[in-house]
Design a protein around this ligand. Structure first.
Ligand SMILES: Nc1ncnc2c1ncn2[C@@H]1O[C@H](COP(=O)(O)OP(=O)(O)O)[C@@H](O)[C@H]1O
Ligand SMILES: [Mg+2]
Length: 117
């Protein structure tokens, strides 16, 4: 007899982040690299936590992996694959479509429009 919950969790990878590097542009135009070649995989039905001291890059990693690009941020390398699509290469308009079709929530700056203008 299968254990309770068996079949609900699989090792299917939903999102795969490969060697993601992210930086922010400084006032002098140089780049402050804050995420260095991070790789991780989100498996369906499982929870993955990012732990580390304040300012180590947890939020920047998670937001960049979902394709969100805060003003001044730069993707310096890597990929974030969802259903065979690299979210880091999608224009913002296409990202909204990805959110509508598959993601239960989507990061968005406060008071920014919820639909494309
Ligand atoms: N919008 C931003 N502009 C410039 N630097 C930023 C911005 N957001 C975060 N940073 C810098 O990137 C680094 C990582 O920040 P963050 O990802 O917020 O860390 P954590 O979530 O682990 O506390 C920090 O040095 C922070 O100052
Ligand atoms: Mg944070």
């Amino acid at each position: 007899m299968p254990a309770p919950g068996a079949g609900l969790v699989s090792d299917e990878i939903v999102l795969e982040v490969r060697e993601l590097s992210v930086g922010f542009v400084r006032r002098d135009g140089s780049i402050n690299r804050v995420v260095h070649e991070v790789s991780l995989a989100l498996e369906r039905g499982k929870i993955l936590g990012l732990a580390g001291e304040s300012g180590c890059g947890k939020s920047t990693t998670a937001l960049a992996a979902l394709g969100y690009r805060p003003p001044g941020s730069r993707i310096l390398g890597g990929a974030s694959m969802l259903d065979g699509v690299n979210l880091l290469e999608l224009p913002a308009t296409r990202l909204r479509g990805v959110g509508a079709s598959g993601w239960p929530t989507w990061p968005r700056a406060p008071r920014s429009p919820s639909t494309p203008p």
